[in-house]
Design a binder for this molecule. Structure first.
Ligand SMILES: [Zn+2]
Ligand SMILES: [Zn+2]
Length: 385
């Protein structure tokens, strides 16, 4: 029998507004959207930012069978609802979606239903709500609620955010995921609630929009920093911390720096990246970034020296051969297994025609896979400078 797992995929990780800037492509520019496949085969979607469009296209392309999902919405700011009119499966009558969100004091009864109507009202959208033929059910939830979705238990909690926001704790039979984006530190009661929500979570996804310094200048915007996330993660005994809701003005390099700072304090920290998949099983939590949007690949043969840190945090140095090179990165085979999202120094011997100098590059680990030989790993890297 196949092992039971829960699979969490990141389709949008950006906060506030999408970005298609070259400087942000590695972590991705779509706004908040996650997908969780639970061990009982259920599909949960967390938030409906622009990442939802890509997920919808994948679902529609993968099968012509009925698509069903439970969709948990944290709040009504643009970056969490903007993907709804562009979610292709909503336009097919065979599909069925169950939405959960809170009743906003600014919108009133059936808040999320009214958001749908408003988003598609004239003159904001070319077709009206009638075109959305999928079956849609709506449930109002509130902070402190607890309910079941299949064999999973969902608990909610209010977060400190302008006009309100819900955090969700999802306990599956193989582990617990807590999604707490859009929350500002500094209020003791909210923090106590958040710590309780995050208690013992295997994966704790937290707002890390700002650096601690930026946070000081953005009080009242409803966001947090990695430092607050680490504090909650330590206090709540969390196993993995995921930094989420990256600022649209944070370049990939800036997020690399945020991740580095956070890891110095809390080793099992990851920076949410589009395409990242975290699998919760009976053993460890597995993290992969399978879909690297790289350029043309070419077979190559360059000798290179690689230095970096192993998954256990030990420094290593190793000679290897680069066999596969693209404009953005390379696939190399190593005896050591470096940590995902860590930096490697790669010195390539004579990379150009007739050049007699070595070229030192900085690589960022985006993928780890089994190598061609036993005890070897294939390491996908993106060159960052
Ligand atoms: Zn947001
Ligand atoms: Zn917000």
């Amino acid at each position: 029998m196949a092992k039971e797992v829960a699979k969490l995929s990141f389709w949008g990780v950006r906060g506030s507004t999408p970005t298609v800037d070259r400087a942000t492509w590695r972590y991705g520019g779509n706004t908040s959207c996650l997908e969780l496949i639970t061990p009982d085969g259920g599909r949960l979607i967390l938030d409906c930012g622009t990442g939802l469009r890509i997920l919808g296209n994948r679902l529609a392309a993968a099968s012509d069978k009925k698509i069903e999902a439970e969709i948990l919405v944290t709040h009504y700011h643009w970056d969490h609802i903007q993907g709804i009119p562009f979610f292709a499966p909503l336009y097919s009558p065979q599909n069925k979606f169950h939405f959960y969100s809170f009743r906003s004091e600014f919108i009133g009864r059936d808040s999320l239903k009214r958001v749908f109507e408003a988003q598609m009202a004239h003159p904001y959208f070319p077709v009206d709500l009638q075109a959305m033929s999928a079956v849609r059910d709506f449930t109002d939830v509130s902070g402190g609620d607890c309910f079941a979705i299949g064999k999973n238990r969902v608990t909610t909690c209010w977060l400190n955010h302008p006009q309100g926001c819900l955090g969700y704790r999802i306990e599956t039979p193989v582990g617990t995921i807590v999604y707490a984006t859009d929350n500002e530190p500094g209020n003791l009661e909210y923090e106590r609630n958040l710590r309780r929500l995050a208690e013992g979570a295997d994966i704790f996804i937290n707002d890390a929009q700002y650096t601690p310094e930026q946070l000081e200048h953005h009080r009242g915007w409803g966001h947090s920093s990695w430092r607050e996330g680490v504090r909650i993660a330590e206090g709540a005994g969390v196993r993995n911390l995921v930094l989420f809701h990256h600022d649209p003005d944070s370049s990939d390099k800036a997020i690399d720096g945020i991740l580095r700072d956070a890891r110095e304090r809390f080793e099992n920290t990851w920076a949410a990246a589009e395409g990242m998949v975290m699998t919760l099983g009976e053993e460890e939590t597995d993290v992969v970034i399978p879909a690297v949007r790289d350029g043309l690949r070419r077979e190559a043969h360059f000798r290179a020296r690689v230095t970096g840190l192993t998954q256990e945090g030990k420094a290593f140095e190793e000679d290897t051969v680069i066999r596969d090179l693209s404009l953005h990165g390379a696939l190399i085979y190593l005896d050591h297994s470096p940590k995902l999202q860590s930096e490697l120094q790669v010195t390539i011997e004579n990379p150009g025609n007739g050049a007699h100098t070595d070229r030192a590059l900085r690589g960022y680990v985006v993928r780890i896979e089994p190598g061609p030989e036993k005890d070897q790993v294939g390491v996908g890297i993106v060159f960052t400078e």
